[in-house]
Design a protein around this ligand. Structure first.
Ligand SMILES: *Cc1c(COP(=O)(O)O)cnc(C)c1O
Length: 368
């Protein structure tokens, strides 16, 4: 028997979450952001649930090729554009749209020989200060691009730094909209947080929204709002089993570094999942897991292949009990159980994004 650790991708939940993005941004088109192997879900599996999107946005030409192999004929957008001039040949061959965020990318385009002019998304740096032209440089970049025979249509985009938080988007939005007020081209501003929190406003919604994390059932502004608050469904379940039980006396310690010391007699469960599977090594004591659907705290340091939990709340637990690291647990008294990935992430001082993206190669994944 293989190790009992497995991940499941809930295809219907992807479809549901995509529909949530549509509901939040009526009459905008939706780029399903599938970078990082669809946030760890597997591009091919995610595609099953997200094929109703208007386009797919990602970073790697290799991922774009995989989508074309799945017979996706619609738009694909390279969110960071090309990394060198030669990449433009792949854009021509695969019909990829690409972001243009720096002068070098325009130089490469101007040198590029193609029969098919490219659709590009010109990116404005409105304060994030990663990629894009500053507002004063943006207009000349737009003029230069628009004049190139290699370019078909120029769309306009920016990216929010604070769509999930109290700083909000108003400064960046104003800068973006005023800078491109008299420029033609479709507009794209919103990531998931923008889509959920700010897309009621038509000018913010623009022509295309770019949700990522919300499609994967994680809330971009947790703990202010949970995935359930936003009507999002979990798309990934990571589950395993209890493979051993230890009976501790007061004073006994658990695991490497003896991080946990029992202050009483207790039962401890050993679960087959560790940091080599992508579970965060820095998970502190108290990080939740479900055992047979009952919430219990992690205790002791996470090791490569195992984690240990306090079974005090789960007296029925035995070797073979189901362990949910995140996602859907078993029915308990006929009721579904759930451990939101955001809840686990929060205990570990990170975000759902990082946990799902970190799921490691050795974990078998099944689409259900
Ligand atoms: C990753 C990314 C997104 C999606 O962000 P989420 O927070 O996952 O919704 C949108 N736009 C750009 C440019 C990105 O790089």
């Amino acid at each position: 028997m293989p190790r009992p650790l497995e991940a499941f991708i809930h295809v219907d939940a992807l479809l549901h979450n995509l529909q949530r993005a549509r509901d939040c941004a009526p009459d905008a088109r939706v780029w399903a952001v599938v970078k990082a192997n669809a946030y760890g879900h597997g591009l091919e599996r995610a595609f099953e649930g997200l094929r109703a999107a208007d386009g797919f946005a990602l970073l790697d030409i290799a991922e774009a090729q995989r989508l074309r192999k799945l017979d996706w004929r619609g738009p694909i957008l390279l969110l960071e554009g090309v990394f060198e001039a030669r990449d433009l040949e792949w854009c021509s061959r695969l019909g990829l749209w690409h972001v243009v965020h720096c002068d070098e990318q325009i130089d490469w385009l101007a040198q590029h020989k193609t029969e098919w002019p490219h659709r590009v998304f010109l990116k404005m740096n409105t304060g994030m200060n990663r990629l894009g032209f500053t507002p004063p440089a943006f207009r000349s970049a737009w003029a230069r691009l628009s004049a190139l025979p290699q370019v078909d249509e120029v769309s306009l985009m920016t990216h929010f730094s604070d769509a999930d938080g109290p700083r909000g988007i108003s400064q960046q939005t104003e800068l973006f909209l005023s800078t491109c007020a008299d420029l033609s081209g479709e507009r794209s501003l919103c990531n998931s947080a923008g889509t959920l929190r700010h897309a009621q406003e038509a000018s913010v919604r623009g022509d295309w929204v770019r949700p990522g994390i919300m499609l994967y059932g994680s809330s971009p502004d947790y703990p202010e709002h949970s995935a359930a608050h936003w009507g999002l469904q979990a798309t990934m379940t990571l589950k395993s089993r209890v493979i051993a039980i230890q009976h501790l006396k007061a004073g006994d310690t658990v695991g490497y570094g003896s991080r946990f010391v029992a202050d009483r007699e207790m039962r401890l469960g050993v679960v087959a999942c560790g940091y080599a599977d992508g579970y965060p090594r820095h998970a502190p004591n108290g990080t939740p897991l479900l055992i047979d659907g009952v919430r219990v705290p992690l205790i002791g340091r996470v090791s490569m292949d195992m984690v240990t939990v306090d079974l005090s709340a789960a007296s029925q637990a035995r070797v073979g009990s189901e362990a949910t690291l995140w996602g859907h647990g078993p029915l308990v008294d006929g009721q579904p159980t759930l451990l939101p990935i955001d809840d686990v992430a929060q205990h570990c001082g990170t975000v759902g994004y990082e946990l799902m993206c970190a799921l490691s190669q050795r974990v078998p994944v099944t689409a259900v």
